[in-house]
Design a protein. Structure first.
Lengths: 514, 355
């Protein structure tokens, strides 16, 4: 990490650490933003880019560390503070008020007023149109924001940020919903802002874009800065190396054991989408005893929805589900669990954990029925023994099982969710993105556990959007795209190209936004 | 060098934080001792046995309602109807004793006291079930659903006797329904019967919360309803239970108050739901759900009971009593929030330092 010329640094983050309950998103990260330049930030999902930007935009406060602007220490306690310091942001998720017009969105919180006569709507529309025209957006400023397609909504966000006349402008994946022509216009606007001395922070996954407009590049990995350079000095290979690091992911060794009988099968699972079409589109799939079936797919491929149908979470799905040849009736999660299914949900915080309870209570909450005496009395000794066994089996790092579950790291929290599912004694385990938001070491633990469980005869279905993961862990690989099950192949026959092209299959007929 | 001092400073910060946390967690106990010590100094006769028994009887009424309320609040709900259920149940008890139930063909059935008590408790449970059905099946927010039943039950209590008090519930020997006064005025081993019942119900509720799956599920549902559903917990069943139990507790209070007065007045129990909420909150039950203990709630109910009785004994005007009670509740919630924030900060700091 060579020091560059520091003359033009406008904002500096020093030793920033941000801890959320369960995960440290940033660890002593430093960042320098330069005037009149495009400062690019890259990193894998969950590396901490968005957290860092939310800190600069005043949305989050750092747990430890300092922020300096123009040589002075500043405190950004709210988004309003950030705006006062001339910091603007285009968020990754769209933040428009759908029920307001484009002009009202652009001028929200700083409306043009005429004293007692209230807001000057005409002036707002005129000025908004000016900004929109600069972006060649072709949007009229008096349309409602929710009536615009998503790409144009993103342009409105950008117009709003540009109109703020900021000194620092953060753009978090601004091109994710834009067409190539729109991207060209955006880049012209960025060049114009740059010429006026604005410091741009640009976050994107598209490496070729970064190489095209970036001046400085900073790479984040697991909450730490792993590389910093001038874009002209580096190539995409350097970026990938810094992003992934030298320590390759530690996947569990394959244990070769012949899978047994088919224990689980779905036939023609269909889940209609509210906007028409299917979120899950006639999916029939089977898993054998001791087999790991990886379901690969991009965001919105319908993997989570498929799992939810299997667990009986949706009232209106159609199709049949069999466990050990018996068809499951009803739409009742409680019964599904009793019949031998268990799900590790994708969103651990919202659907996996009860944050107000202890580690022990989280582990046993789904399986209290097993510890009963006389039909209603929980035998605390039996319960405690089972909890300790789960902690040992999954090597959960819990100093004391009676501590709050939120006091643990994300990886250990994930293991608690897995432990809870396993304590119900399932025959089929569904894991929705089991490695999301946990660190490398915990990932390896989770993968090893999956292997061990399969070795013990459990049938496992897991979903992932990580190519490396699906190739390394699965016995068979299924690819879903736009609700459809495109293909199921043996791992021996699978290639990465094949899987990637299959995952785009469902979108071929029509243009889809990211 | 600077980093070293900084770490030391944050280290100190952490330990003072931890000490402050323990202090905050014990706040209900501290409050209980504080009010007892304060009034034993400033209120004459405060520590006399007669006064102690009288105060415990008053606190008992709040405590019953607060136990039911605690379970409801732990699930993330609220039950505003309990005060009205108290009134309606008292009226039904009085009516059953005085008039019995008129059947067609001119017969009238009178029940003995045990039967009356059982009927009244069933009525309380049924009103709770109505609350539960509104909330689980019809998706009415708990605040609104129970606000509705608050009015309906109070109105029905007033309609029952056209607003009149049912006096003199001694019963008649030829009907075999005497002895209603035992519940409110009887005593066993020197303790009032109502206190004994409270002990039984409180121990039962505490046992239920820890040793029975449904009781444990109350905490899970309040902590994270979605995660509970995903874990196979029948959320609606849990919610039905807590509102029915709350109705049951209210029915007991209705019986006790009518028995004490040997009369049923339709306005009995007005605003008691607020005392119950206050007791639960004072006892550390979190209004956002997921946290709370029966023990804490009982202490909370006694703090509120002793506070109001003690102030009366000191001759403080009832207007000032209201102000003081309100302040105590506000302070309790402020401390609760501060504790939560501090706890979070301490945990996050520890994690950040651990890396």
């Amino acid at each position: 990490m060579a020091e560059q010329d520091d003359g033009d640094v406008i904002l500096e983050l020093k030793d920033i650490t941000k801890a959320y309950s369960g995960i440290v998103a940033l660890k002593k990260a430093d960042l320098k933003l330069r005037r009149g330049a495009v400062n690019v930030l890259v990193g894998e999902n969950g590396a901490g880019k968005s957290t860092m930007m939310r800190i600069i935009a005043g949305v989050e406060r750092p747990t430890l560390g300092e922020i300096w602007m123009d040589g002075e220490r500043i405190h950004l306690n709210s988004p309003a503070d950030a705006v006062r310091h001339g910091i603007g942001i285009v968020f990754q998720e769209l933040n428009l008020f759908g029920n307001l017009s484009v002009a009202e969105n652009i001028f929200a919180t700083r409306e043009i007023t005429r004293g007692l006569r209230g807001i000057d709507h005409k002036a707002q529309v005129e000025k908004a149109n000016e900004f929109l025209n600069r972006l060649e957006a072709g949007i009229s400023a008096d349309t409602l924001a929710e009536d615009l397609p998503i790409g144009q909504q993103q342009l409105v966000e950008i117009a709003r940020a540009v109109s703020l006349d900021t000194r620092i402008l953060i753009m978090d994946e601004p091109t994710s919903a834009l067409s190539a022509a729109e991207v060209d216009v955006l880049f012209r606007v960025i060049a114009d802002l740059k010429a006026r001395g604005v410091a741009i922070v640009y976050i994107s996954h598209r490496l070729e874009e970064l190489m095209r407009i970036g001046d400085y590049i900073t790479v984040l990995k697991d909450g730490q800065i792993t590389g910093h350079a001038m874009v002209k000095d580096i190539d995409t290979r350097w970026i990938v190396r810094s992003m992934i690091g030298s320590d390759a992911k530690d996947f569990a060794k394959q244990v070769d054991h012949a899978p047994g009988e088919e224990v689980f099968r779905t036939e023609d699972i269909c889940l209609p989408r509210a906007q028409g079409g299917y979120a899950v589109d006639h999916v029939s799939i089977g898993v054998r005893e001791g087999e790991i079936l990886g379901i690969y797919g991009l965001m919105g491929a319908g993997r989570s929805e498929l799992f939810e149908c299997i667990m009986g979470r949706h009232e209106h799905y159609t199709g049949k589900i069999f466990v050990e040849g018996e068809e499951l009736k009803g739409r009742d999660t409680t019964r599904r669990i009793r019949e031998g299914l268990a799900l590790i949900p994708e969103d651990r915080q919202r659907e996996g954990l009860v944050q107000s309870m202890s580690i022990a209570d989280n582990l046993s909450m789904a399986s209290l029925g097993q510890f009963l005496k006389a039909g209603f009395h929980i035998d605390l000794k039996l319960e405690k023994a089972a909890i300790l066994e789960a902690i040992r089996n999954l090597s959960i790092k819990a100093k004391n099982p009676d501590f709050d579950v939120t006091s643990m790291s994300g990886g250990n929290q994930q293991k608690v969710v897995i432990g809870k599912a396993l304590m119900t004694g399932p025959k089929v385990l569904l894991m929705d993105e089991p490695s999301r938001g946990i660190d490398v070491g915990a990932k390896a633990d989770v993968f090893r556990t999956m292997r061990r469980l399969a070795g013990e005869g459990l049938a496992i279905l897991f979903s992932t959007s990580d190519l490396e993961e699906v190739m390394a862990l699965s016995d068979r690989i299924a690819v879903m795209s736009n609700g459809r099950l495109v293909t199921v192949v043996d791992r021996k026959d699978a290639t990465e190209e094949m899987i990637v092209s299959a995952s785009a299959e469902g979108h071929k007929t029509k243009r889809m936004h990211a | 060098m600077t980093t070293a001092t900084q770490t030391a400073a944050t280290g100190n910060h952490l330990s003072t934080g931890a000490a402050l946390l323990t202090l905050m967690k014990l706040r209900t106990f501290i409050a209980l001792f504080a009010v007892i010590i304060f009034f034993s100094i400033f209120a004459p006769n405060f520590l006399s046995t007669a006064n102690m028994i009288l105060m415990s009887k008053h606190a008992t009424q709040n405590a019953f309602l607060a136990i039911g309320m605690t379970f409801v609040i732990i699930t993330g709900g609220i039950d505003l109807s309990v005060g009205s259920i108290v009134g309606l149940c008292g009226m039904i008890a009085g009516g059953l004793i005085m008039y019995g139930v008129a059947l067609p063909l001119g017969y009238t059935v009178y029940f003995n006291i045990v039967e009356v008590a059982v009927i009244v408790m069933v009525v309380g449970i049924l009103i709770g079930a109505v609350n539960g059905l509104l909330i689980t099946r019809l998706n009415v927010a708990p605040f609104i659903a129970t606000l509705g039943t608050l009015y309906v039950a109070r109105g029905m209590a007033l309609l029952y006797s056209d607003g009149q008090t049912l006096p003199n519930l001694t019963g008649r020997e030829d009907l075999g329904n005497q002895g209603f006064s035992y519940l409110g005025s009887g005593s066993i081993l020197g303790l009032p019967v109502s206190v004994w019942i409270l002990i039984v119900v409180a121990l039962g509720a505490a046992y239920f919360a820890r040793f029975v799956p449904l009781g444990r599920h109350i905490f899970a549902v309040g902590g994270n309803e979605r995660a509970s559903r995903m874990s196979g917990i029948r959320v609606n069943r849990v919610k039905m239970f807590v509102y029915m139990f709350s109705g049951f507790c209210a029915a007991i209070v209705g019986l006790i108050i009518s028995s004490e007065l040997m009369a049923s007045h339709p306005a009995t129990g007005t605003n008691l739901e607020l005392n119950a909420i206050a007791a639960a909150v004072l006892g550390g039950t979190s209004m956002s759900g997921g946290r709370g203990t029966i023990g804490g709630t009982i202490i909370g109910a006694f703090v509120i009971g002793i506070l109001s009785d003690g102030l009366v004994m000191m001759g403080v005007s009832s207007f000032w009593q209201m102000v003081i009670k309100g302040l105590v509740i506000i302070v309790a919630v402020v401390v609760d929030q501060a504790q939560r924030r501090l706890q979070q900060r301490v945990t996050l700091m520890q994690m950040a330092k651990a890396g």
